[in-house]
Design a protein around this ligand. Structure first.
Ligand code: SAM
Length: 218
């Protein structure tokens, strides 16, 4: 247990603060969430390494730095309702739970959603709401969202995300081809106005669904 706390502190110092993340709330959240609980037991010892890790079903828990970048880019102050697409292990959702008021997370693979639910409850993050669904439609009943974060790579930005974003809200989404994408931030500046920024290159598993990629393989 002690060792994990030390590894976590080192991860945050080297991979998060060391690479330029400045948002104190993001730093504190990543110091708190026990990342090793969100990976399979056999991989616990690698949980704080500078890399994504497999979580089963050909999916991954994102690299710590990428979680930090996405969380910081959302610029949360604690008052927001956030939508995450791609619950995966539940780790990013746990970080968001410490940064925002309400967190809704969509996952298309039931076994991953089930495991994430158990771990999140076990770690005290019961306020995260998870639904098994094709997240390329967003979550209409819970909209509008002040922040939407998509943790899988999309071929293009689904219109539902733009519609479900509150005015003043921010959408973070990797957009590109199956193997490599650009992390984008879209800010809704008015009823019909959106401002687009390119943040950095990234590599996510594909967003699969009606308004994403059509299947696992190209
Ligand atoms: N945020 C996760 C975490 O902290 O562990 C990492 C997510 S992993 C990189 C991407 C996830 O997106 C996978 O679990 C995958 O099943 C999910 N996914 C892909 N397409 C989806 C869709 N249309 N709707 C919901 N989830 C989807």
């Amino acid at each position: 247990m002690r060792d994990f706390a030390i590894a976590r502190r080192r991860m945050v110092e080297d991979q998060v603060i060391g690479r330029g993340i400045k948002d104190r709330r993001v730093i504190d959240a990543m110091l708190k969430v026990p990342r090793h609980k969100f990976v399979e037991e056999a991989l616990e010892g690698k949980a704080y390494q500078d890399a994504p890790l497999p979580i089963g079903e050909k999916q991954t828990i994102s690299q710590p730095y990428m979680v930090a970048v996405m969380s910081e880019a959302l610029a949360l102050d604690g008052s927001e309702t956030v939508l995450e697409v791609g619950t995966g292990s539940g780790y990013q959702a746990a970080v968001l739970a410490l940064l925002a008021d309400r967190v809704f997370s969509l996952e298309r693979i039931p076994s991953l959603a089930r495991r994430a639910r158990l771990v999140l409850d076990d770690c005290g993050f019961s306020k995260v709401n998870i639904r098994v669904a094709d997240g390329t439609h967003g979550w209409q009943e819970m909209a509008p969202f002040k922040a939407i974060v998509v943790t899988a790579g999309a071929p293009k930005i689904p219109q539902d995300y733009l519609d479900q974003l509150a005015v003043g809200g921010r959408l973070i989404i990797p957009v590109g081809d199956r193997d490599i994408q650009l992390l984008m931030r879209i800010t809704r500046t008015g009823e019909r106005e959106y401002q687009e920024e390119q943040l950095l290159g990234c590599r996510f598993v594909p967003l699969i669904g009606n308004h994403g990629w059509q299947s696992e393989r190209a």
